[in-house]
Ligand binder design. Structure first.
Ligand SMILES: NC(=O)C1=CN([C@@H]2O[C@H](COP(=O)(O)OP(=O)(O)OC[C@H]3O[C@@H](n4cnc5c(N)ncnc54)[C@H](OP(=O)(O)O)[C@@H]3O)[C@@H](O)[C@H]2O)C=CC1
Ligand SMILES: O=C(O)[C@@H]1CCC=N1
Length: 299
């Protein structure tokens, strides 16, 4: 794989997630340039979306970056042809249609394709690329497909993006480039592809699950006569603090014991959570999300 140091980045499908990643990359560039990096720089960015309204939205959002950003409406081929590294950010159900478009296989040849699509494994992505073109000329795909699962916090530069270990040794450099790119929007962690549906869901879906817990807590604040907005401030700082404690290496069970005073209030709250089955509800919720990701890949 030979990737120029200044490479062009393509984003095919740039909605919630694509936009979060893009904003993170553009905002994170200035500080990251100071750090010790392998020497890569994103040169021009090509984006394709489906609707005129999305083109307008992105033009407004990226107004200060427009000299180095090109936005196409419904022209995925142009995006891919002009790019060295492409992030696929459409809905999973569109993957096959987009990748098997006439000319796409040739346009992707020898390039890096990073898929953030839930459920779509590396093999089905390669199969979609191979569905078109002349198999006699190219019996094996030369596209470096990498599977990555970021989360919504990419928008604030605080995602965890899990990246699947390469299936082929020749894809190792593509995984490095993927980690470099996604380090602009948070942290990255390499995981085996066999665990991807479950751990991708842990990375991608659990922020949404935690918001349900937040809502329940806020309901009780309101029932107790406290403003929802002020309750949210307390919870936000509590979560930031908990994240710091976990990051510093404190074990969740040890923290729980430290907070629970004998005869105190925390233990009563914890016992109620156990009576309501909250622990197993979270375990089952992650299991259900992982199973759904697997199903999306089977469709
Ligand atoms: N949302 C999240 O938190 C996360 C999502 N993901 C994955 O990211 C992917 C995108 O999700 P999300 O950003 O939420 O979805 P969105 O619906 O917000 O974005 C989808 C994008 O695809 C574009 N699109 C639609 N049709 C085509 C087409 N034929 N060719 C090219 N682009 C097209 C849409 O354009 P237009 O707007 O013009 O219709 C839009 O820009 C999914 O596969 C999901 O599994 C991964 C991690 C987290
Ligand atoms: O709900 C979904 O399918 C996507 C994948 C991870 C987060 N959102």
């Amino acid at each position: 794989m030979s990737l120029p140091q200044r490479f062009n980045l393509g984003i095919v499908g740039c909605g919630q997630m694509g936009t979060s990643i893009l904003s993170g990359i553009l905002n994170g560039e200035v500080e990251r340039r100071q750090e010790d990096q392998p020497g890569w720089t994103v040169n021009h960015i090509f984006i394709s979306v489906q609707s005129a309204s999305s083109v307008d939205r992105l033009r407004n959002l990226l107004s200060q970056h427009l000299p180095r950003v090109t936005i196409y409406q419904s022209d995925n081929l142009a995006t891919v042809r002009n790019s060295h590294v492409v992030i696929l950010g459409c809905k999973p159900a569109l993957m096959h249609t987009i990748l098997s478009e006439t000319g796409m296989r040739e346009a992707l040849e020898s390039k890096i394709l990073i898929s953030i699509l839930a459920g779509m494994d590396t093999k089905s992505t390669q199969d979609a690329i191979l569905a078109n073109g002349n198999p006699a000329e190219h019996p094996e795909s030369q596209v470096h497909v990498v599977r990555a699962m970021p989360n919504i916090a990419a928008r604030e530069g605080a995602s965890i993006t899990v990246v699947a270990s390469p299936a082929r040794e020749s894809d190792r450099d593509a995984v490095r480039v993927t980690q470099w790119l996604f380090n602009h929007v948070g942290k990255t962690q390499e995981i085996p592809e066999s665990q991807f549906d479950l751990i991708g869901s842990l990375a991608g879906c659990t922020s949404a699950m935690f918001t349900v817990a937040i809502d329940g807590l806020l309901d009780q604040c309101v029932a107790g006569g406290f403003k929802r907005s002020e309750g949210l401030q307390v919870i936000t700082q509590t979560l930031l603090g908990l994240a710091k404690l976990l990051e510093a290496g404190n074990h969740p069970a040890a923290l729980r014991e430290e907070v629970s005073s004998p005869g105190g209030s925390t233990i009563q709250g914890l016992l109620e959570l156990e009576r309501q089955g909250v622990r197993s509800a979270f375990a089952s919720a992650l299991g259900a999300a992982g199973e759904r990701a697997r199903e999306l890949g089977r469709k």
